[in-house]
Write a protein that binds this ligand. Structure first.
Ligand code: PLP
Length: 393
């Protein structure tokens, strides 16, 4: 028998990938599958970004780079944050990462150990809890409620802090709900955190470009009182349709930066060089394709919410960000995961059950509207037929 450490029995997963594999298997058998499952834009990476990567390879950028990333890219990230949010960021605090996930992985590793408490949103991105459990720290869920438009509540968050709290994870715009937390609530949270100077914050802002209805994204870097303990997670995956490139960035304050750099040296050495040049082109080149993509998501958002609200037993608030809808299915009588599985098997529509994002996800489904309007309408039709004919077991 191999003797491995217990932590690996505690590590979790992202069920969206398992559902994707099942949907692909069904499609391979000839089934007509419509995916509203996985969270990735259905657009291609803009051509000029792809060309920049090809050029980088042709120019001989095929070796290792510095572990923290190439300087022009770190400078471009700092300039971009300055331009978008008016915040001063030193390129020396920007770490280029192989995607968004490694930032949460590293941040949770830095603070998690038995006896420590780490707070995370529930429902929320499943990897937060998985990694907290891995470290042996106690996961403390912060409830994210439909009645708050799936924004986090500053009051509820602050109440859960104890002397054992080391790290608070926040995410707006949010996966899986599409919730956007208003500035007033972020202000309140930051004001309350002044009483807890030893608590670090990791703000996952990977969907920061995707806000609708005139909302403005609030970047936590704009709060000076928490800058020395704020980790920012962001990246190219969603904004530039680059999920498969594995390119992200983090802002790490103070000594955390060097911890992250050392982790990078131990783990991946550096991010793929050509991807870094592609990332540089993305930030410094024309943004019209991003604008177009987001306008298209906005249109589909209305289609998906209208359609969901017409389904028997389903209601859906209008999400203000990301590309997810999180309909309430409690009145259908179905348990969420059972409904998601049965929908896939019987109608070919891929959704994710809310409980895959935490206990408070029961009673909800997540639909990613990163699919064509035509397919979204077809999926809604199939769901409507199914729900009117088939009662919960
Ligand atoms: N954070 C959130 C909230 C996400 O939804 C995702 C991806 O779905 C990530 C981070 C990870 O992004 P990446 O694919 O760049 O690792």
């Amino acid at each position: 028998m191999l003797k491995t450490i217990a932590a690996f029995d505690r590590i979790g997963e992202e069920n969206a990938f398992a559902v994707l594999a099942r949907a692909n298997a069904l499609a391979a058998q000839g089934r007509d599958i419509i995916s509203l499952g996985i969270g990735q834009p259905d657009f291609r990476t803009p051509d000029f970004i792809v060309e920049a990567a090809v050029k980088a390879l042709r120019d001989g950028h095929h070796g290792y780079t510095a572990a923290n990333g190439i300087l022009p890219l770190r400078e471009a990230v700092a300039a971009n944050l300055n331009k978008r949010y008016g915040v001063e960021v030193s390129p020396e605090s920007v770490m280029i990462m192989p995607g968004g996930k490694p930032t949460m992985f590293m941040s949770i590793l830095m603070f998690g150990e038995p006896g420590a408490e780490i707070m995370y949103p529930d429902p929320g991105f499943p990897i937060y809890r998985s990694m907290i459990e891995y470290t042996g720290a106690t996961p403390v869920p912060v409830p994210i409620r439909e009645e708050n438009g799936f924004a986090f509540s500053a009051e509820e968050t602050l109440k859960l802090i104890t002397p054992k709290t080391r790290l608070i994870i926040v995410n707006s715009p949010a996966n899986p709900t599409g919730g956007v937390t208003p500035k007033s609530e972020v202000d309140k949270l930051v004001a309350g955190l002044e009483k807890w100077p030893d608590v670090a914050i990791m703000s996952d802002e990977i969907y920061d470009h995707m806000v609708y209805d005139g909302e403005k994204h609030v970047c936590l870097l704009s709060y000076p009182s928490i800058r020395d303990r704020l980790i920012l997670l962001n990246g190219w995956s969603k904004t530039y349709a680059m999920t498969g490139w594995r390119l992200g960035y983090a802002i790490f304050p103070g000594k955390l930066y060097d911890y992250a750099r050392k982790l990078a040296v131990n783990l991946h050495s550096c991010v793929n060089a050509s991807a870094q040049y592609a990332g540089l082109a993305a930030l410094t080149g024309p943004q019209d394709e991003v604008v177009k993509m987001i306008a298209e998501f906005d249109k589909r958002r209305k289609v998906v919410v209208d359609g969901l609200n017409k389904l028997p037993g389903v209601s859906c608030i209008t999400p203000k960000g990301a590309f997810y809808a999180f309909p309430n299915i409690k009145r259908t009588g179905w348990k969420a995961k059972e409904l998601a599985t049965t929908l896939l098997n019987e109608t070919g529509v891929v959704t994710i059950g809310g409980p895959d994002f935490g206990i408070l996800g029961e009673g909800y489904l997540r639909l990613s509207y990163a699919n064509s309007t035509e397919n979204i309408l077809k999926a809604l039709d199939r769901m409507g037929d199914f729900l009117s004919k088939k009662k919960a077991a």
